[in-house]
Design a protein around this ligand. Structure first.
Ligand code: DC
Length: 249
């Protein structure tokens, strides 16, 4: 009898490799991939489009509650508007960080996220997936990297088109500001779940990180063979970056 497919939570700061890893792991498992950062970005985009003050928590939460999202195939569509490219700008970087501080906005988006993951078979990436959205997720990964490496990756990310030509130092400063806001906000700050496996991706080829995560998921599958292994095209290889449990140093 087939068991319920898994929920894989991947958290961490910007530039730690979450997007690439979550997408690849989802593709290998034939799971859905949900980038929750894109949801905060899309709500911020719509708030700006509707000329809503980013401090107006109730109005922005209402956008989040009513919104319909289409996050299939790497696209980000909110209420019928494809904002896949429009949300990857320095302006929306900052606006998304501002709206993500509002507890009512978070409640609205977390409600959508729980619906997406209700049947499992999902790789969800963000900042609070293992701590708040799915505290009982089957697999919790926390990806991290040095601030310098994260800034370098963000500056080189072709999705962030308008970061092109921007000084690395400017990208690093903006990233540090957003990290600070995400980690110190009162509502669901970025934090390592006590049962998360922490992977430091600094200097590690991303393919290696992907294999490590698949190895971790596979170990979980061995306890539930019909679940996550379903659809996997090849067995994950061992090796790659070292991983440790959250809470251990
Ligand atoms: O991952 P990202 O850079 O696209 O996220 C955009 C912003 O949203 C960033 O400030 C972190 C925030 N965020 C959050 O607070 N919770 C999430 N689950 C995902 C993103």
């Amino acid at each position: 009898m087939s068991k319920k497919p898994l929920i894989v939570a991947i958290d961490g700061p910007s530039g730690a490799g979450k997007g690439t890893v979550a997408r690849a792991v989802a593709a290998r498992l034939r799971y859905r991939h949900i980038d929750t950062g894109a949801m905060y970005r899309a709500v911020a985009w719509k708030a700006r489009q509707d000329r809503i003050d980013l401090a107006d928590e109730a109005a922005i939460a209402a956008i989040g509650e009513r919104a319909t999202f289409d996050l299939a195939q790497g696209r980000v569509v909110i209420d019928g508007d494809d904002v896949s490219a429009a949300i990857r700008t320095p302006e929306i970087d900052a606006a998304a960080t501002t709206v993500a501080r509002h507890p009512a906005v978070r409640r609205a988006l977390v409600a959508h996220q729980r619906v997406y993951g209700a049947d499992g078979g999902i790789v969800m990436e963000g900042r609070d997936i293992g701590t708040v959205v799915f505290p009982d997720a089957d697999v919790k990964i926390y990806l991290d990297a040095s601030p310098e490496e994260r800034a370098r990756r963000r500056a080189a990310d072709p999705a962030h088109t308008s970061s092109k030509g921007t000084q690395l130092s400017e990208v690093a400063i903006a990233l540090a500001d957003r990290d600070k806001s995400d980690s110190t906000r009162a509502a669901s700050p970025l934090a390592v779940a006590s049962d998360a496996i922490v992977i430091d991706t600094t200097g590690i080829p991303i393919e290696s990180v992907i294999e490590s995560v698949l190895t971790i998921v596979n170990a979980k599958c061995e306890r539930a063979p019909a679940a996550a292994s379903e659809g996997r095209r090849e067995p994950p290889q061992s090796g790659g970056p070292s991983a440790q449990r959250g809470g251990e140093s």
